[in-house]
Design a protein around this ligand. Sequence first.
Ligand SMILES: [Zn+2]
Length: 487
Amino acid sequence: MSEYGITSRAKDFSQWYLDIVLQAELADYSPVRGCMVIRPNGYALWERMQRALDEMIKATGHRNAYFPLFIPESFLKKEAEHVEGFAPECAVVTIGGGARLEEPLMVRPTSETIIYHMYAKWIKSYRDLPLLINQWANVVRWEMRTRLFLRTTEFLWQEGHTAHATPEEAEEETRRMLGVYRDFAEQWMAMPVYLGRKTDREKFAGALRTYSIEAFMQDGRALQAGTSHNLGDNFARAFEVKFQDEQQQWRYCWQTSWGVSTRLIGALIMAHSDDQGLVLPPRLAPLELVVVPIWRSDEERGRVLAYIDEIAGPLRGRYRLHVDDREQFKPGWKYSEWELKGVPLRLEVGPRDVEKQGAVLVRRDTRAKAMLARGEIAAGIDAALAAMQRELFERALERRQGRTRQVGDYAEFRRLLEGDNYFVWAPWCGASACEERVAEETKATIRTVPFEESQGFSTPGAPPPEKGSCLACGEPSPRAVLWAKAY
Ligand SMILES: [Zn+2]
């Protein structure tokens, strides 16, 4: 237990996770079961993620729009697999303004149907393509077992929806956005991911194929952190999304959809945080730096704060920083609080630092201390932020490597996953029945089927293709796939 009463990861990982979410004031339980209240600390983090990702989505040619929360029930039924996948978890509105509605309205679980109804109206010609739209919104899925950020009945996300003239363009778009998610996960979240294809059992309801990025959590479980779906012409046929080509022939569009959600906040916590609280990659941290003054008398307090005013002035425009000059708390108490909340750097300034014209810089992740002269403070902060961003990624990668195994037979696979959680590369024949059986017996599912090099998109870190025998049935397997227990 830390002084904040955070359970250690070794003792109970899932309690540790909840302790951090609640005590770092990221989120709280709502009076409606399964819903969550995102508190200002959590929302500031979401805003940082949203801003970075929004720029990346716009830089790849997409524009934002907003579609309604309610979807006519009949829309959902137009695509057979889609309704089968989503209807059981839909919230349905049957009464509005005191009167029974003629047609019930679904609260959106995802927006393909209503968006493609509009696309059918807007797209007339090949000149209208590609149509590249993203929306930031909330969605509702009636979950039975919920956990703050990871699985909640209502959550926030972005969902991109595109329409193209050819299947090749749609496939290219599906992979492009998977690449955007990988870049965001690795460069902003400092979280290494495997990218690849989902099996039919795990793919999006109504999609031709689904790609995902899969992240490693510190307890050895996988977390699906983003998905990108090639919808083929399934929805275009259901919603009559058609265009006239250059020869005035009517053709169905080829579509994609892709999304990430507030689940990423859960991933971020479980990828980097420690027993003292939240650890955040500097690029996403709402505050990069907190300045903590140290004094024992009023006279010292005046001198220290005047000095901080001088040094913090030029830093304010450069960094997201806060000076914690609260009088009722001792410095040690403040240190623990800011560590719990995950501020990457702390600058300690006491009377001796004023005399020496310097300050002490402390990193949240390693607690490494650096004595900096006054003229070196900005350079010291820059270097520490960059090093922390890079090292968080490296440590996450090392942890993943340390918990990754490659096995060829089922007995070893079961033994491994009985005692603990691992990422396991193991052979599979391609049959859903085999995946089902292994999942039932071990709780591990196929997280990703790696891209072949020839598919123009590789899966770094995956073992090279090697023939083997399927874990479940012994039939030939062209290459190993990634198995893990997942959130
Ligand atoms: Zn098999």
